[in-house]
Design a protein around this ligand. Structure first.
Ligand code: ADP
Length: 149
């Protein structure tokens, strides 16, 4: 079982896509175990995107993520990290496969709607950065046996 951090970024919130994105993750069979709606401050943005510091798009990326509220969530499931990134599509929307969120709703890499952890190590770091342990609520779902063998 894996957990992954998903952010519905400011452009997706502004464009009224929160429901659409959650719908696709729920429908896939992933389980929501934590969620919060918040305005990201400079410190959180810089820590979250520390790996990109020094890159030409870094300053714009921090401005983008702090520009308006985001929805932060933790989703759980078998292969959740790969499954969520597949549902999001490639980082560049014009390279994302049809049927993915970034293909279906975005055009530019700098406005690509979502973030999802890219490995078990970053997922653990990011979940700890965005959520306190007591804000995670694992739960038994009646349909689990029909989604996980
Ligand atoms: P992903 O979000 O798919 O894991 P990266 O970790 O490579 O992608 O990049 C983090 C975020 O930085 C991207 O989702 C995107 O919002 C932004 N970004 C990446 N590359 C560029 C770029 N060349 N120009 C503008 N923004 C970028």
């Amino acid at each position: 079982m894996e957990r992954t951090l998903v952010l519905i970024k400011p452009d997706a919130v502004q464009r009224g896509l929160i429901g659409e994105i959650i719908l696709r993750l729920e429908r896939r069979g992933l389980k929501l175990i934590a969620a919060k709606f918040l305005q990201v401050n400079q410190e959180l943005a810089e820590t979250h995107y520390a790996v990109h510091k020094g890159k030409p798009f870094y300053e714009g990326l921090v401005r983008y993520i702090t520009s308006s509220p985001v929805m932060a969530m933790v989703w759980e499931g078998p292969n959740a990290i790969a499954a969520v990134r597949q549902t999001m599509g490639a980082t560049r929307p014009t390279e994302a496969a049809p049927g993915t969120i970034r293909h279906d709703f975005a055009l530019e890499v700098g406005r690509n709607l979502t973030h999802a952890s890219d490995s078990p190590e970053t997922a653990a770091q990011e979940i700890a950065l965005w959520f306190k342990p007591e804000e995670l609520y694992p739960w038994d779902r009646a349909t689990d046996a029909w989604i996980m063998g």
